[in-house]
Design a protein around this ligand. Structure first.
Ligand code: GRF
Length: 276
C-alpha cells in the first residue's frame, strides 16, 4: 500500500476547495489523508464538511483575539517564544515605510492567534498544511514553526489569480475589473509576504466578452478544484523541490528568487505544473 501524507487544512468560508481535497483523498486520487480542519471563525461553513467526513476540527476565533488585543491597547501578552524584532524584520506584508506601532500591533495580535493554532495542530501532527480559502496572512512566527527545514516548505495556498498579478483578497474581482482577457488561479508555497511565495502550479482560462464576475469566479473555482489536489499529489510524491535562482538582468542588475522545480516521475525536473 502507498504511503499517504497527513494533510491539515485551514479555512475561513465555504470550503469547496477543502471538499475537492477530501474527495480526492477519499477516492485515492491523491496519496493523502485529511487529518484536521481548522477555521479562523466559528461560522465557517466548511467546518460542516469536516464534520460530515469525521475529520477533527477546531476554531481559533481571530476576530475575538484581535478585538481583545485592541481593547488591551495593544498590550496583549504575546506567546513566550515570540520575538517581535525577528518577526518584524522577516515579515514582508508591510513595506518598510509602514507605521511601526501599527505593524507591531498587527504582528503581535496575529502571533497570539497563531500560538492557538499551533496548540491545536502541533507541527509534528501533519506533513503538509493547505490554506483553502483561509483569509488571514500568516506571520513569520507561525511559518518558522511549521517550516523547520527551510529547504522543505510545507504550507501551500491557493490564490484566485495568476500571480504575481492581483495578490490580495479578491483575485477574480481584481482580474475582471481590470479588463483582463485571461483569468486564472495559482497554488504556491507560503513565504513571509502576501501571496508572494514560490509558484507550484497555475491554471488559466479565457474571460469572454459577455462574462459576469460571478461566471468568472465559478469557472475559476472549478479550475481550483482540479489544480489543488494535483499540487498536493506532487508534494506527496516528493516531486517538489525549491531552488534559489540568481539571474543577471540586462544592465547587470541581479535578480534572485526561490522557485519550485518539479521532478518528473523518473527524477528529472521541469519548472511548472498544472498548465494543461
Ligand atoms: C477560493 O477562490 C480561493 O482561491 C480563495 O478563496 C476562495 C475559497 O473558496 N483563496 P472555498 O472556501 O474553497 O469555496
Amino acid at each position: 500500500m502507498k504511503k499517504k501524507i497527513r494533510v491539515g487544512a485551514l479555512i475561513s468560508g465555504g470550503g469547496t476547495n477543502l471538499q475537492a481535497i477530501i474527495d480526492a483523498s477519499r477516492t485515492g486520487a491523491i496519496d493523502a489523508d485529511m487529518v484536521f480542519v481548522g477555521a479562523d471563525n466559528p461560522a465557517a461553513k466548511g467546518l460542516e464538511r469536516a464534520r460530515r467526513h469525521g475529520i477533527s476540527e477546531f476554531v481559533v476565533d481571530y476576530a475575538a483575539v484581535i478585538r481583545a488585543s485592541r481593547q488591551d491597547g495593544g498590550k496583549v501578552r504575546p506567546p513566550g517564544d515570540f520575538q517581535l524584532e525577528d518577526v518584524r524584520a522577516k515579515q514582508a506584508i508591510f513595506p518598510p515605510s509602514a507605521d511601526r506601532k501599527t505593524v507591531d500591533a498587527y504582528l503581535t495580535s496575529r502571533a497570539v492567534a497563531e500560538a492557538l493554532l499551533l496548540k491545536a495542530m502541533p507541527p509534528g501532527s501533519f506533513d503538509l498544511l493547505v490554506l483553502a480559502g483561509f483569509m488571514r496572512n500568516l506571520t513569520p512566527y507561525f511559518i518558522d514553526r511549521v517550516n523547520t527545514d527551510r529547504a522543505r516548505p510545507r504550507i501551500m495556498n491557493i490564490h484566485p489569480a495568476l500571480l504575481p498579478a492581483f495578490p490580495g483578497t479578491d483575485g477574480y474581482g481584481d482580474t475582471f475589473r481590470y479588463g483582463c482577457k485571461v483569468a486564472g488561479c495559482t497554488v504556491h508555497f507560503v513565504d513571509y509576504g502576501e501571496d508572494s511565495g514560490p509558484i507550484i502550479g497555475q491554471r488559466a482560462f479565457a474571460v469572454h466578452e459577455d462574462d459576469t464576475l460571478e461566471a468568472v469566479r465559478q469557472r475559476g473555482l472549478e479550475q481550483e478544484w482540479q489544480l489543488y489536489p494535483e499540487c498536493i499529489q506532487l508534494f506527496a510524491q516528493g516531486r517538489l523541490k525549491t531552488e534559489r535562482m540568481r539571474y543577471e538582468r540586462p544592465g547587470g542588475r541581479a535578480y534572485e528568487r526561490t522557485i519550485v522545480k518539479i521532478r518528473s516521475e523518473s527524477g528529472s525536473s521541469r519548472s511548472e505544473a498544472g498548465s494543461s
